[in-house]
Design a binder for this molecule. Structure first.
Ligand SMILES: [Ca+2]
Ligand SMILES: [Ca+2]
Ligand SMILES: [Ca+2]
Length: 231
């Protein structure tokens, strides 16, 4: 039979990391006298809190890792973007240099041709070529290293442009066209007049534009140089 004192104290559980166990009222009383019961309770609570802190600490570490991972990914992404942009810019500059070089080479080629032959040899009309029609270079020329635009009629990036227009199937060199970038209207045959005749055979100055059109890494682009050729 339990004593009255034993009946007075209910069974209590000791907190702790191990499995809960019943503490006999006598032992609890002894512990209470030694002051160890409260300490034990605190210790158990403390251990519990410590265990809880370990869990939080572990979760916090994962959060930290996640944050660091995100930062690294952002940094790597930014670096990759910078590298790609740098390569793209380098490619754009390379395309521009290729186009510039091709246009200048063509201008040099035109300067090397007999002056009176330039218009017929480099216009878009094969029928006025000297000798066999279509035997002259014509208006288009290839530029190596550049991709022609999708809608380019002749599939060639280079084009030579004169102040001309087609009249009854004949490409005429004209003085009376409104092309400010080529200085027109202008007296091209030196007769002191600006008329609406064809001056393909008697010009004494020849406006010309060399245009390079291509599709590059940034889409469709062009460069062009205009000049006035003299004999
Ligand atoms: Ca021709
Ligand atoms: Ca073309
Ligand atoms: Ca004239």
């Amino acid at each position: 039979m339990p004593s009255a004192r034993q009946c007075f104290y209910p069974e209590v559980l000791e907190f702790g990391p191990g499995p809960s166990r019943k503490v006999a009222p006598e032992a609890r009383e002894q512990n209470s006298r030694r002051g160890t019961n409260v300490k034990g309770m605190n210790a158990g609570t403390h251990r519990f809190r410590t265990g809880h802190r370990k869990g939080s600490r572990s979760g916090f570490t994962l959060v930290e890792l996640a944050i660091v991972s995100v930062i690294l990914l952002v940094a790597i992404g930014g670096l990759s973007g910078a590298v790609i942009s740098s390569r793209q810019l380098a490619r754009v500059n390379e395309e521009t240099a290729t186009a510039d070089s091709a246009a200048r080479r063509m201008l040099e080629e035109l300067h090397g041709v007999g002056f009176v032959d330039i218009f017929y040899a480099y216009n878009d009309d094969p029928d006025d070529d000297e000798g066999i029609p279509g035997s002259a270079p014509g208006t288009g020329f290839e530029v190596r290293g550049l991709t022609p635009q999708a809608n380019d009629p002749d599939g060639l990036c280079g084009r030579i442009i004169f102040p001309s227009q087609e009249v009854f199937g004949v490409e005429q060199l004209r003085e009376d066209l409104d092309i400010p970038e080529l200085g027109l209207p202008r007296d091209l045959n030196g007769d002191g007049d600006i008329d609406g005749e064809d001056h393909g055979g008697d010009y004494v100055m020849l406006p010309v534009t060399v245009r390079i059109e291509w599709t590059g890494v940034n889409g469709n682009r062009f460069v062009e140089f205009s000049t006035l050729l003299y004999p």
